[in-house]
Design a protein around this ligand. Structure first.
Ligand SMILES: Nc1nc2c(ncn2[C@@H]2O[C@H](COP(=O)(O)OP(=O)(O)OP(=O)(O)O)[C@@H](O)[C@H]2O)c(=O)[nH]1
Ligand SMILES: [Mg+2]
Length: 390
């Protein structure tokens, strides 16, 4: 299961070249000087991203190292148009963020089902010589070349779209909570780092309403420096409207544990601190005789604090109410986040293995194919650059 959760892929993408316009002069019996009749070249295929709500990971792209759209065909005589290249549509799960594979710069993100984003535009086809006929040049012996293709290494990262994100130390009871409020079946065990990949569950609420909860691997002090499983999983709670912190009732210094978690979150992305937070004291069934004073804690931390137990069911209904209430608030509806550029030399994948991305030599064959001396300005004024090309 764990190996199937892929949230990082690097792919080389290339759109299609535009087909060249045709230079042709009409020739037929009894038609002297038939005039120019060279047709236009076809457009190269685009590389398009499409959101698909039925996908949950980038697994289907894991072994796909190149995605290349086809080129447009050349124009022909008798003003025949060249065929357009075929677009390549890459289906991605909602919440996929795309970065430039060489600079780490953020490019775009796909958030909704059916949303289409043109990642790389296919080159426009060149105009045939028919377009260049004028009163003074009735037989132009030139046509436009097709526009070159675009190419790019892209990194796709999945930042899952959940409403509530669970944050806590290992063994805090995060997976257990998810398993009782939803139909998800995460692995649960009393050793740290049971959960290695993010898990999602749909929590049903009253009147057929529901929200999505994400369980991520535990965070420990120093995670921002790479301790434990590090912080890369935090990208899966970046978009969540509400963060649910879990601190076990058995912890001596709960305030300290909460602050450590908060500090690690801040190290990852300070914007996470602007999200609504709720603290749940978990495992209250094995609490010592003096129950924790939630009101005092709430006053000290300035967020709602609840006591829960996934085993006895204590406080679970109240917790759902509190989460739902937060989710309904206007200011918590935002899922737009700013995406910091990523460090590209840090190649990671969900299973912690390093991605082999050192296959750049393979790409040089394509680089050579790009036409040189492409000067768009040369062709201004003949309506070429105002062509509607999609
Ligand atoms: N008594 C009691 N035990 C609990 C409760 N919730 C979880 N546990 C136990 O705590 C242990 C850890 O639970 P998990 O749900 O795996 O903890 P986790 O936070 O997901 O841990 P990691 O995935 O390792 O980060 C398991 O042995 C659970 O049975 C609870 O409410 N009461
Ligand atoms: Mg777990």
């Amino acid at each position: 299961m764990a190996a199937n959760f892929i949230d990082y892929v690097k792919i080389y993408c290339r759109s299609g070249k535009g087909g060249a316009g045709c230079m042709h002069l009409h020739r037929a019996k009894y038609v002297p000087k038939g005039g120019p009749d060279g047709g236009d070249g076809g457009r190269g295929g685009h590389i398009i991203l499409e959101g698909n709500r039925n996908l949950w990971t980038l697994l289907h792209l894991k072994y796909q190292k190149h995605i290349i759209a086809t080129d447009g065909s050349r124009g022909g005589e008798s003003r025949s148009f060249g065929k357009d290249g075929e677009d390549k549509v890459i289906q991605v799960p909602c919440g996929t963020v795309v970065y430039d594979g060489d600079t780490g710069e953020w490019l775009c993100e796909v958030k909704e089902h059916g949303q289409r984003i043109t990642l790389l535009k296919g080159g426009r086809g060149g105009l045939g010589n028919w377009h260049f006929r004028t009163a003074t040049n009735q037989a132009p012996r030139y046509a436009q070349p097709g526009e070159p293709c675009q190419e790019r290494n892209v990194i796709m990262q999945l930042k899952v779209l959940a409403d509530v994100g669970l944050v806590g130390f290992p063994n805090a009871g995060k997976s257990t909570l998810l398993s009782i409020v939803s139909a998800a079946k995460p692995e649960i065990a009393d050793y740290p780092f049971t959960t290695l990949t993010p898990q999602l569950g749909i929590v049903s609420y009253r009147d057929g309403q529901s929200f999505c909860m994400a369980d991520i691997p535990g965070i420990i002090e120093g995670a921002s420096e790479g301790k434990g499983l590090g912080l890369r999983f935090l990208r899966h709670i970046e978009r969540n409207a509400v963060l649910l912190f879990l601190v076990p009732a058995t912890t001596e210094d709960k305030v300290h544990e909460y602050r450590v978690l908060l500090h690690e979150l801040e190290q990852y992305n300070p914007e996470l601190l602007s999200k609504a937070r709720i603290l749940a004291i978990s495992k209250c069934d094995i609490e010592s005789d003096t129950p924790v004073d939630t009101n005092a804690l709430a006053d000290e931390l300035g967020i709602p604090v609840l006591r829960i137990s996934s085993v006895s069911g204590l406080g679970i209904a109240e917790l759902k109410d509190a989460l739902w209430e937060e989710l309904q608030k206007e200011q918590n509806q935002v899922i737009d986040i700013s995406h910091a550029p990523i460090a590209v030399e840090h190649h990671e994948s969900a299973d912690g293995a390093l991605n082999d991305t050192d296959d750049d030599e393979e790409h040089t064959i394509y680089l050579n194919e790009v036409e040189e001396d492409w000067d768009l300005d040369k062709y201004r004024g003949i309506g070429w650059d105002t062509q509607d090309d999609i």
